[in-house]
Write a protein that binds this ligand. Sequence first.
Ligand code: ADP
Length: 263
Amino acid sequence: RGKGGQRGIPFNEPGSLTRVYAVASGKGGVGKSSVTVNLACALAAQGLRVGIVDADVYGFSVPGLMGITQQPTRVDDMILPPVAYGVKVISIGMFVSGNQPVAWRGPMLHRALEQFLTDVYFGDLDALFLDLPPGTGDIAISVAQLLPKAEILVVTTPQAAAADVAERAGAIATQTGQKVAGVIENMSYLEMPDGGRMELFGSGGGQVLAGRLTATVGAEVPLLGQIPLDIQLREGGDTGVPIVLGQAGTPAAAALSGIAGQL
Ligand code: ADP
């Protein structure tokens, strides 16, 4: 508790050692949520204490990707988040009934996120991931205000047009003073039965984006990795068993674990 009984955001306390990562993308469908969940599970499997805030209000999907059906529980004025694969998870999806669409406006989103960060009991964490909605909307700005030390991870596909929109999502960091921890290229290629690689969505977008963000933010933004297309990654999402846990030997899982190892 801070002064006057007012509860603050624990991750902002001066002694907090939690690394906070806000996972952003320019547009939807590039695999931002799948990447978030797999990075979190990979770190938890190494014994780190990890949490996820699913802040993708309009497209929340983290509970499904992790097979979570439990609801958060309340103890006094704290909310205890469900835990899956050692990861504590809170999602907007846990507070709306059924599969109702969320039609909230900016200020409500801000308050919901603030409540997640203050009232949900995560305990001491080594890493906290925020799955942001695509784009540069209200939530991205709220995250910057509520968690100024959050570092941004930008997920893109190799396509030039996707990298263009993703650049805007990353460049917001210059306005908010946040660090861009790196770029993750997803859906980079499909491995063919003969061992060749089919570049379904073109190539080079991740590297181009990393270079451009380096110039924009004025600090080195690395390309942290390239994740291939893999049916098992999608299936792992559908069944709630992230590929880094269920199919750890696959190239996609290896790429994700390699990225997690750099965080
Ligand atoms: P976003 O959060 O960016 O909207 P999702 O993580 O929900 O994206 O992914 C969109 C869809 O693409 C999901 O069905 C997911 O399983 C699938 N997907 C994501 N990355 C891959 C990949 N590397 N290989 C195969 N399917 C993928």
